[in-house]
Design a binder for this molecule. Structure first.
Ligand SMILES: *[C@@H]1O[C@H](CO)[C@@H](O)[C@H](O)[C@H]1NC(C)=O
Ligand SMILES: *[C@@H]1O[C@H](CO)[C@@H](O)[C@H](O)[C@H]1NC(C)=O
Ligand SMILES: *[C@@H]1O[C@H](CO)[C@@H](O)[C@H](O)[C@H]1NC(C)=O
Ligand SMILES: *[C@@H]1O[C@H](CO)[C@@H](O)[C@H](O)[C@H]1NC(C)=O
Length: 360
C-alpha cells in the first residue's frame, strides 16, 4: 500500500516537473485591465515600502538570502552572456556560468554548469550512489557538507555554503577540474533540510538547483543497516576501525555477520515515521526540478543510472563504484528476532517488507 502511495507521488511529481519544463503558466494568457494594472502597481509599491521598513529580521523565504551574493552571481552571469558564444543547444536545467575565486575555468569558462543536491536519509545507498556519480569526469558531488552542524545554524550560513559549492570554490576530494559541468552535494534530510524546507524549496526554484531525492523503499532493511552500522561504530569490527562503507567482499562479510535484534515495541511507529518523512519530503520539494529515485530501482535496473546522468545534464557513460554491498543474505538471516518481527508486521501496511524477492 505504501509503495502504491509513493508511486502515485512519483507520478504527480513527474507531472509537475514536465509542467515546469514546458514553462506553461496560466497567468501569462490573461490580460489585466488598466485598473487592475494600477491596483497591482499600488500593491507592489506598498509591499516594497513594507519590506524596507520591516528589514532583515523577518524570517521569510526570500529575505533570508544574502543579497550581496545573489547580486554578484547575477552580474557574473550577465557579464558572461556577452563574452561567450550563444549556445545552440539549450539545456532543460538552469545554466550557470560560475567564476570561481580559487581557480580559472580556462577552456571550460563557457561550458554551462548545472547545480544539484542529493537529498536522502542515512543508510539509503547515497554513499554508493555518490561514488557512482563522482566516477563521471564532469560531475563533482561533495559529500555531506552539512553534516557539520555549524554550517546549518541559520539559513544565511546555509546559503553561504551552498554559494561556495555552486561557485566551484568548495574543496574536497570530490572536486574535479575546470571542466566540472554538474556540481552538487549530498544532504541528509535530518541535517536542516526538513527544518528549512520552505526556504530551501524557494531557493532551489529561484536558483535553478535540481533535486535528486534518493529514498529506500524497504525501510526495514534500512533499519538493519542503521543498527549494524551503530554496532560497528562501537565495536570497530574491522581491525579496530569503524567503516560505514566497504570495498571488499571479506570486509562486507565481517560486517554482515552481526545480526541485530529489532525493538518490536517501536517497530511500527518507526516505520510509520520514516514513511511520513518520505511523503513530506516528496511534497516539500514538489515544484522544484525533482527526480525521486529509489535505491532498490538503482540496484535492479542499470538504466536508472543513465536516467540520472540525463537529469544531471552530463554526457551519459558507464559509471563505476568500488563500494561493495554489505547486507546481501536473505532478510530472515539478518535479523536475530525474525519470528517476532514478522509477527508484528503481518497484516500491516509494511508486511511486504518481509518478502525479500523484489527487494535487495
Ligand atoms: C568533461 O570533462 C572533460 C575532461 O576534463 C572535458 O574535456 C570536457 O570538456 C568536459 N565536458 C563538459 C561538457 O564539460
Ligand atoms: C548566523 O549564524 C552566524 C554564526 O553563528 C552568525 O554570525 C550570524 O549573525 C547568524 N545570522 C543570522 C541572520 O542569524
Ligand atoms: C587487518 O590487519 C591485518 C594485519 O595488520 C591485515 O593483514 C588485514 O588485511 C587487515 N584486515 C582488514 C579487514 O583491514
Ligand atoms: C505537487 O504539486 C502539484 C501542483 O502544485 C499538486 O497537484 C500535487 O498534488 C503535488 N504532489 C504532492 C506529492 O504533493
Amino acid at each position: 500500500m505504501a509503495i502504491n502511495n509513493l508511486k502515485r507521488h512519483e507520478l504527480d511529481m513527474n507531472f509537475g516537473f514536465l509542467k515546469d519544463l514546458t514553462g506553461v503558466k496560466e497567468t501569462t494568457t490573461r490580460k489585466p485591465s488598466s485598473i487592475w494594472k494600477l491596483l497591482m502597481l499600488l500593491v507592489v509599491g506598498l509591499c516594497g515600502v513594507y519590506v524596507c521598513m520591516i528589514g532583515v529580521d523577518n524570517r521569510s523565504a526570500f529575505q533570508q538570502f544574502p543579497r550581496k551574493t545573489v547580486f554578484q552571481v547575477k552580474q557574473q552571469q550577465e557579464e558572461h552572456v556577452t563574452e561567450c558564444p550563444k549556445l545552440l543547444k539549450s539545456h532543460t536545467f538552469t545554466e550557470h556560468y560560475p567564476h570561481p575565486n580559487t581557480f580559472d575555468r580556462a577552456e571550460c569558462t563557457c561550458t554551462p554548469v548545472h547545480t544539484f543536491v542529493i537529498l536522502s536519509m542515512q543508510r539509503s545507498g547515497s554513499g554508493w550512489f555518490e561514488t557512482l556519480l563522482n566516477s563521471h569526469p564532469n560531475i563533482s558531488s561533495h559529500g555531506e557538507v552539512f553534516s557539520a552542524a555549524g554550517r546549518r545554524e541559520n539559513f544565511t550560513l546555509i546559503t553561504e555554503t551552498l554559494e561556495s559549492v555552486f561557485n566551484l570554490d568548495w574543496m574536497s576530494s570530490a572536486a574535479k577540474n575546470e571542466c566540472t559541468s554538474a556540481i552538487g552535494l549530498k544532504w541528509m534530510l535530518n541535517q536542516g533540510v526538513m527544518e528549512y524546507h520552505s526556504e530551501l524549496a524557494a531557493y532551489f526554484k529561484q536558483k535553478g538547483v535540481s533535486v535528486i531525492l534518493l529514498l529506500r523503499r524497504n525501510s526495514l532493511k534500512r533499519m538493519i543497516s542503521i543498527l549494524a552500522n551503530a554496532y560497528d561504530k562501537k565495536e570497530k569490527l574491522l581491525n579496530g576501525t569503524h567503516k560505514s562503507h566497504v570495498h571488499s567482499k571479506e570486509e562486507a562479510l565481517m560486517l554482515a555477520a552481526f545480526k541485530p535484534m529489532i525493538d518490536v515495541k517501536h517497530l511500527l511507529h518507526n516505520l510509520q515515521r520514516v514513511q511520513e518523512i518520505t511523503n513530506d519530503a516528496l511534497q516539500f520539494f514538489n515544484g522544484t526540478r525533482l527526480l525521486p529515485l529509489f535505491y532498490e530501482d538503482l540496484l535492479n535496473s542499470p538504466s536508472k543510472m543513465l536516467q540520472v546522468q540525463e537529469f544531471v545534464g552530463v554526457k551519459v557513460q558507464d559509471l563505476q563504484s568500488e563500494q561493495v554491498k554489505i547486507h546481501t543474505r536473505p532478510l530472515q538471516e539478518q535479523i536475530q528476532n525474525w519470528d517476532e518481527v514478522s509477527r508484528h508486521l503481518q497484516g500491516t501496511q509494511f508486511e511486504h517488507f518481509l518478502q525479500d524477492k523484489d527487494y535487495f
